[in-house]
Design a protein around this ligand. Structure first.
Ligand code: NAP
Length: 231
């Protein structure tokens, strides 16, 4: 069975990715910061013994390297860079920006996904699907930004898009694909209760797009339903 590695797997979209891939009988490597407090993931694991939970705070690149070493013999079909933060708030906007917090947004949303791709390249090469999936956002779209604000989040996701488009070109010769998703506005802790869709709808859409993926699509920025997003 194929293998998927998911970051931020304890709640929200990451947990739903675990649920859906485990439901298809895939081997799931579910990474989260604090497995002891990942209650819903533990319950899911009781029903799916092919879920392997690994502690990983993506802010700590030494942890990423250590996990890659631990999993060095493995093939990974799909790496899903899902972990993300929304650090903007009313007290942290233009005029009173906290630049350390902005650096944190860039670390988690932009740099960590690239570090994951670097660290797990050997495992991806050994997998069959050979795909790096990134959960970006419509808010990373420059063309769509008509309302301003969210300077940290927008810039970190726009930078993720730019970096992953480059990676798709750089890895083409090695047969590794890259996909960039807008998951929709989803009912999670980040999206809030008023969001338009639930995580099941978002993730089942993205899984479908992933299943249909061909190398010609590498570097594409698409919505959860497969529609092309404006850069
Ligand atoms: P969420 O419910 O807030 O979950 C965020 C996940 O990221 C949690 O598992 C969290 O773990 C993890 N995370 C944060 N910092 C981490 C770190 N340093 N190391 C490891 N994991 C870390 O958000 P979500 O809605 O599921 O978001 C998933 C992805 O979708 C994010 O990249 C987000 O930007 C993107 N997105 C979401 C929406 C939406 O409407 N929901 C829209 C566009 C894009 P902890 O529990 O340990 O904090």
């Amino acid at each position: 069975m194929p293998t998927v590695l998911i970051t931020g797997a304890n709640r929200g979209l990451g947990l739903e990715f675990c649920r859906q891939y485990a439901g298809k009988d895939w081997d799931v490597i579910a990474c989260c910061r604090n497995p002891a407090q990942a209650g819903e993931l533990s319950v899911l694991r009781q029903h799916h013994n092919k879920i392997q939970v690994e502690a990983l705070d993506v802010a700590h690149f030494d942890q990423i390297d250590t996990l890659s070493k631990k999993l060095s013999g493995l093939g990974i079909d799909i790496l899903i860079n899902n972990a993300g933060v929304y650090d903007d708030n009313r007290n942290n906007s233009f005029g009173q920006l906290d630049y350390q917090t902005w650096s944190h947004s860039l670390l988690i949303n932009t740099q960590a996904p690239m570090k994951m791709a670097e660290a797990f390249l050997p495992q991806l090469k050994r997998g069959s699907k050979k795909l790096v999936v990134n959960i970006s956002s419509l808010m990373g779209s420059l063309a769509d930004n008509n309302s301003g604000g969210s300077i940290m989040y927008r810039s970190s996701k726009a930078a993720l898009n730019a970096a992953m488009l480059s990676l798709s070109i750089d890895l083409k010769g090695q047969g590794i694909g890259v996909l960039i998703f807008h998951p929709g506005w989803v009912q999670t802790d980040m999206g809030g209760a008023n969001a338009l869709i639930d995580s099941k709808t978002s993730v089942s859409g993205m899984c479908e797009v992933i299943e249909q993926f061909t190398s010609a699509q590498s570097g594409a920025f698409v919505k959860y339903d497969g529609k092309t997003m404006p850069w």
